[in-house]
Write a protein that binds this ligand. Structure first.
Ligand code: KG4
Ligand code: ZN
Length: 350
């Protein structure tokens, strides 16, 4: 089955063609993130306008010479996390194509789709095994709006066992980068700055590791942001930006790795998977694969950040086309999961 995926939840406009959920035939991404650097973050209205500007050229490029007759279905990000204006561009495009081409449309929740970066073939740079992820698996989903531990017992069988109580890991990178005067998006900026700090044998322990002992599998990062702000104020012009960046990265990575390994052991899983934009972080990738006694799947960096290939892959393994009139853009991921589960169950009963 060939699925055309469309992803416009934030500042990336992406369209991909994926066969059988694993083989990428095309994967085109246009990003307006350079544009948002100037404003120090995303202005939702501006991001939506960029989506409108990019969607047709990206779609044309991704479909290329593939005949429309060969496309079996259209999958679209119709659930968050995301910005309503941006998401609507993809949703309306998918619905229009569904009607014009007479194809089924599969609504996809962005949060869950991130996991499927781990199922995409050939580019799968799994470090410890060569096979597909085995279930049950523990998935650490770390993005701009989410930090979740998801127990995946099979396709479509997801249980969120831990979440952040306040800021997400990506959000913490973004906010602390801003405090440090580093450009948006903060994750890559902090990682680059941290790489400049190379004092051998320095223990990176300046900042707290929130909720390591308590809170079960939940996270909390807002205290870290406050600790960074206080430290910078204390240091004044004595501040070494690269050291602070390395300390921030280490504190975030340490908590993510320890909690993920703890959850994986608790649920006795066969694999650990990572997903989301923060999974592109080299330090996280290295520390998790070194410290985990359980085989870890690590998707290539290009598939960790937002793209439409994982949207199409998700739809292949969770194939539930919906009535086009019932598909809408739902920015909150929990609301979206509930809404589309409900829709799926109702259509089963008919
Ligand atoms: O998954 P994603 O592209 O969009 C969301 O769905 O949120 O994730 C974006 C987040 C941003 O917070 C960005 O700072 C972070 O991922 N990010 C990184 C890296 N690359 C992107 N964080 C740490 N290290 C990176 N290399
Ligand atoms: Zn994302």
């Amino acid at each position: 089955m060939i699925i055309l995926g469309i992803e416009t939840s934030c500042d990336e406009t992406a369209v991909a063609l994926v066969e059988d959920g694993t083989r990428v035939l095309s994967n085109v991404i246009a990003s307006s993130s350079d544009f948002h650097i100037k404003t120090g973050g995303i202005i939702p209205e501006a991001a939506a306008r960029k989506q409108i500007e990019f969607i047709i050229p990206v779609l044309k490029k991704a479909v290329g010479r593939v005949s429309v007759a060969k496309i079996d279905a259209i999958a679209v990000t119709a659930g968050g996390p995301g910005l309503i204006g941006s998401m609507l561009v993809g949703v309306e495009t998918a619905k229009t194509l569904g009607i014009a081409w007479n194809k089924p449309v599969v609504p996809v929740v962005h949060l869950l789709a991130h996991l499927y970066a781990n199922f995409i073939e050939s580019q799968n740079s799994n470090l410890k095994t060569q096979s597909n992820p085995q279930f049950p698996a523990m998935v650490l989903t770390v993005a701009g709006g989410h930090t979740d531990l998801i127990l995946m017992k099979g396709h479509g069988n997801f249980e969120i066992i831990g979440q952040t109580r306040d800021d997400a890991a990506g959000e913490t990178f973004d906010k602390t980068a801003r405090i440090l005067g580093l450009p948006y998006p903060g994750g890559p900026s902090i990682a680059t700055e941290a790489a400049r700090f190379q004092i051998a044998n320095t223990k990176l322990q300046m900042f707290p590791r929130p909720m390591l002992k308590e809170g079960g599998f939940n996270f909390s990062f807002s205290g870290l942001k406050t600790a960074v702000a206080r430290k910078i104020e204390q240091l004044g012009n004595k501040i070494d930006k690269s050291q602070i960046a390395a300390e921030i990265q280490e504190a975030i990575v340490d908590v993510l790795v320890q909690k993920t390994v703890k959850a994986a052991k608790h649920y006795n899983v066969k694999n650990i998977l990572i997903a989301g934009g923060v999974a592109a972080n080299t330090r996280l990738r290295n520390v998790l694969s070194q410290k985990s006694p359980i085989p870890v799947f690590i998707p290539p960096v290009a598939l960790c950040t937002d793209n439409a290939a994982f949207i199409a892959s998700y739809a292949n393994f969770n194939y539930h086309p919906a009535d086009i009139n019932k598909i809408s853009a739902i920015p909150d991921s929990q609301d979206a999961i509930l809404y589309y589960e409900n829709l799926k169950n109702k259509s089963k009963k008919v």
